[in-house]
Design a protein around this ligand. Structure first.
Ligand SMILES: [Zn+2]
Length: 324
């Protein structure tokens, strides 16, 4: 039996495959397939992009100015998340729906928890109570008191440095050929974060202690407050979904007046009407908008994590520094 020489078309095909393989081996980022990473919300999406650079394609389910607490997944979201090469979540109960979506969509890989290893902040009893707006009564509330953790850890830049290290480790594991690129990106970005952290600390340290208190829509700034010495009060708990009680709002307004809280803030992900009402009944000023759980759209004041923290710093500092 004779073995025929490969046809010209086949030879061409083989050559094309060989060329593609070479491109892949060389690892030229323009030719290699980008790692498909799916994240839950816009802030985390930016952090993954900073570390992943050109080697990753980041998809984010809850976009700019959208509220992750109120996210309602569509059936297509499960399919999309299921097909990802890597799934990254915040953790701490913020985006458990993402883990469920990934599994429902057939994702078999590791779900990376970006916040792993940070020093968590417990919700206060009041927060846990407000958070538990369900109908299961004492049992749920006791459980919430025992284990509830504030998920908004990204509001402390120190925590985000840990997020970045975790993301770099996870990307290197998923795409070993990119390890040195991920390490270099993470190192560069970590330097930026360190400078940002120092800048925020210095700006607030210069303010008188009695003026370092504000009201925001929901309890998203516990970590910010702990790190930078600002006291945040809010009419609802850590979940933006929770309905504030009439007593809770009345209590907050009394507290605002008694403590002479200088400013109240609207959040980009929350309905401003409640804050407007608190402002009108308390006589405090509207200090502006804080970016709590989402970036702004491109072209807005907070399209990246670093810009978001700077925008929040500027708004808070402007409202708290003047004594008029
Ligand atoms: Zn929140």
């Amino acid at each position: 039996m004779m073995i025929k020489a490969p046809s010209s078309a086949l030879r061409h095909g083989l050559r094309a495959v060989a060329t593609a393989c070479t491109a892949l081996l060389i690892g030229g980022s323009a030719h290699a397939q980008a790692l498909d990473v799916t994240t839950s919300f816009s802030i985390l999406g930016d952090l993954v992009s900073q570390v992943g650079g050109e080697r990753v394609k980041v998809r984010t389910l809850v976009g700019a100015d959208e509220d992750a607490h109120a996210f309602q997944p569509r059936p297509s979201d499960a399919r999309n998340v299921g097909g990802a090469a890597l799934v990254v979540v915040n953790g701490l109960g913020f985006d458990d729906w993402m883990v469920r979506l990934a599994r429902a969509g057939g994702y078999k890989g590791e779900v990376v928890v970006a916040s792993a290893g940070i020093e968590t902040l417990a919700m206060t009893k009041d927060d846990a109570h407000d958070h538990d707006h369900g109908h299961e009564g004492e049992k749920t509330r006791d459980k919430a008191d025992a284990k509830a953790v504030d998920p908004h850890a990204w509001q402390d830049v120190g925590n985000v440095r840990r997020y970045v290290a975790n993301i770099a480790d996870a990307l290197a594991k998923a795409d070993p050929a990119g390890t040195s690129a991920y390490r270099a990106n993470a190192e560069r970005y970590d330097g930026e974060l360190q400078a940002l952290d120092t800048e925020i600390r210095a700006a607030f340290a210069a303010l008188p202690a009695e003026r370092r208190k504000v009201v925001s829509s929901h309890d998203a700034f516990g970590y910010f407050g702990r790190a930078y010495g600002i006291r945040f009060l809010s009419p609802v708990g850590v979940s933006n979904n929770a309905e504030p009680t009439a007593q809770g709002v009345a209590r907050l307004i009394r507290q605002l007046k008694a403590e002479k809280v200088p400013a109240v803030f609207i959040e980009n992900v929350a309905d401003p009407r409640l804050i407007e009402r608190i402002r009108s009944e308390s006589g405090a000023q509207i200090g502006g908008t804080l970016y709590s759980d989402a970036l702004s759209k491109a072209g807005g004041p907070a399209p990246s994590y670093v810009q978001m923290m700077r925008a929040n710093l500027d708004a808070l500092h402007r409202a708290l520094r003047s004594a008029d």
